[in-house]
Each structure stands twice: as C-alpha cells, then as structure tokens.
Design a protein around this ligand. Structure first.
Ligand SMILES: O=C(O)CCC(=O)C(=O)O
Ligand SMILES: [Fe+2]
Length: 299
C-alpha cells in the first residue's frame, strides 16, 4: 500500500476509482473541470468569500472561511453536485447500504496564510460514533478551485486509515497531501483520517468546494431544507432538488403534509409535490412483498 494519494485521469473507468477508494479511502481525479467552469464557480463564490468571516475555533480554523448553502447560492455548484461521473461514483460506492444517496454538505473552504493544520479526524464522527464501522456512510468530494499545494493547505490524508483500528494515529510519513491542480477533485470516504493542511505561504489562499454525499436515510450535516428552502429550491432542476432531500427516500421515508392545506390535497405526499401540480407523479407504491422484504434485514 502506498502512502501517496493516487491520481487518476479524468477518463478512468469507475471500477478503478472504486478500487482506490476501497484500498486507500481517498483518490484524486485530475483535471475534470475546464477553465470556463472554474471561472463560473469563482465568480459565483467570490462575493461570499469577500465577507471575511473566519472559523471560531481550532477545528474550523481562525484563518479559514467556510461558505455554505452552495446549492441555493451558486448554480455552478449545483451543476457540480450533479456531475455525472462523481454522482454515479458516489451512488455505486454507497449502494451497499442504501437505495440512493443524498447531498449531505456543501461548503467553499478557503484556507488563508497563517492557518495551522486542522486536527486529523474522520468525518463520520458527526454522527457521534453511532453508525457501525461496517457501514461506510460518506462519499465526499473536494473540488480544487485554486492549486492545492503542501505549502498552501492541501488536505492531509492518512491513506488507508479507514481500515485502521480506531485509536491508531498516523506516523508523519503516513500522511499524504492532496496536491492537485484547479479543476481536479479529491474523493474520500467518511472513515479515512484527514484534515485541512497548514498554510505557510505569504499570500496564497487555498480554495476548495466541498460536496459530500451520504446514505439517503441518515441525517444530513448541512440542513438542506433551511440552507435551500422551497423559495429557492423551486428554481432548481428536479434532479438536484431530489438530491438535496426534496424527495422520498423510500415508501414513506421523508413524506410531508402541508400544514396550511385543509383540503388534504397534500396529505402524506412526497416533497416533490411542493413543486408539481401532478399530485402523485412521484408516488409509486411498492408491492406487499417488497414492503415485507424491505422491512426485514438480511441475515
Ligand atoms: O479544508 C480541508 O482540506 C479539510 C477540511 C475538513 O476536513 C473538515 O473541515 O472536516
Ligand atoms: Fe473533514
């Protein structure tokens, strides 16, 4: 096993990407985005990054900006969340433990000069350790908008540490840096140890767009219904709305009833109905056999 993060070409077959995720817990796909898409992302995010609001503790980083609600704020970020190569990979990677994935977290993270290295952690810790280790809950992406270098805060990853026992800490030589060019993307799971790097440069801020996917039956880290409320969600493509949670995750999982509707037109229906005049367009009933088999865990 290598202590470097492997780099793959953008046209690498999905199977190979998933092999690296399984072995290393992380992999980089080089040069997925062209300069036009990078410009659009920068243009849409710059106004928010101009607000100089930094983290409030060592974990969020006193020299690090974090901008959320990216689906409501940036059309280019929405397109990125639907990027077929990555979304398909997320679905395939997480398929063992869910019927589908959902978008879990969006953030533009800018690490400015003077930032120290973030403590290494496993992102699955947000669920407090209650998700058993045999269930991998996350497929996460960090898209480089600027170069990521060891000097400017490239994400640190302890390659293969998703297979370590919980207490093991990496030796310095076991930590790799996600060095990559703008338009490249780091994929990593929720169990591999990682953290933002220190930025020791004088004037080189590192900016990445974080889009994390999780099992559609787990609570999302970023509350998408508040970060992208219906007034915003109505303008999104249907697929993106469904991806952030405005869809059912199973027969009844995630249904809603309209509190102001006395005519019962929107009673126990899919959130898709908020945006559609066709009441049951998105409600397909499973057979009785399917319902019984889905309610019974495999031995
Ligand atoms: O900024 C980075 O490279 C990583 C940040 C991170 O892992 C986190 O905040 O959970
Ligand atoms: Fe993290």
């Amino acid at each position: 096993m290598s202590t470097q993060i492997q780099h793959l070409a953008a046209n690498t077959p999905q199977e190979e990407l998933l092999q690296h995720m399984a072995a290393d817990g992380a992999v980089i796909i080089d040069n997925v985005l062209d300069s036009q898409r990078l410009c659009a992302l920068a243009q849409e995010l710059d106004p928010f990054l101009e607000n100089e609001v930094y983290g409030r503790d060592a974990f969020t980083g006193f020299h690090t900006q974090r901008i959320g609600a990216l689906i409501a704020r940036s059309r280019a970020c929405g397109e990125l969340a639907l990027e077929p190569q990555l979304l398909d990979a997320a679905r395939a990677y997480l398929a063992e433990h869910c019927d589908d994935v959902q978008l879990h977290f969006t953030s533009a993270v800018a690490i400015a000069p003077g930032e120290s290295a973030q403590i290494l952690h496993r992102d699955r810790g947000i669920w407090g350790g209650y998700v058993p280790r045999q269930i991998e809950p996350l497929f996460s992406t960090i898209w480089a908008l600027t170069p990521f270098t060891k000097e400017n805060g490239a994400t640190q990853v302890a390659v293969g540490s998703h297979r370590w026992e919980k207490q093991r800490q990496p030796q310095p030589h076991e930590i790799a840096y996600a060095e990559m060019s703008p338009g490249s993307v780091l994929c990593y799971n929720g169990t591999v140890l990682h953290g933002g790097g220190a930025n020791t440069t004088d004037n080189d801020t590192r900016v990445g767009v974080f889009l994390h996917y999780t099992l559609n039956w787990l609570r999302q880290e970023e509350n998408q219904y508040l970060s992208c409320p219906p007034e915003h969600a109505q303008y999104l493509p249907q697929e993106l709305r469904a991806l952030i949670g405005y869809a059912k995750g199973g027969y009844v999982l995630g249904f809603y009833s309209d509190p102001d509707d006395n005519s019962a037109e929107h009673e126990s229906v899919s959130p898709e109905n908020l945006f559609s005049r066709h009441r049951d367009e998105f409600d397909t009933l499973p057979s009785e056999e399917q319902l019984v088999s889905r309610s019974t865990p495999e031995a």
